[in-house]
Design a protein around this ligand. Sequence first.
Ligand SMILES: [Zn+2]
Length: 115
Amino acid sequence: MKKSKYYIIKLIIEKVKEQLNIDEDIILIVKEMKNKVASFSFRTKVLKLNKILIDNWNKKLITYIVTHELIHLKSKSLYHGMQFNENIMKDFTYEDMEKYHYKLLDLMKNQKHIN
Ligand SMILES: [Zn+2]
């Protein structure tokens, strides 16, 4: 992985943290993952991103995924309910989300793409 891409993702995380008013330090790990594009641990504050996102570089898509995961942190919930959608739709339109959804499905083929 190119160091500069890792650094860009760190910057994206800082920007999203600011937007969502999150103070916690987030640890970023980029690695090969079988079933998911991303995961976040409430306990360790580790955000894992699938290396596939580095190989198929799309800054907006990564911003979307980081926002998605950090909204879970902000809301302290893994639920994708109305509150979650209201939060993510402050930054992304429904059309954006649909586009990213299919992009992720395409990247991960038939596997679970985001949690
Ligand atoms: Zn989620």
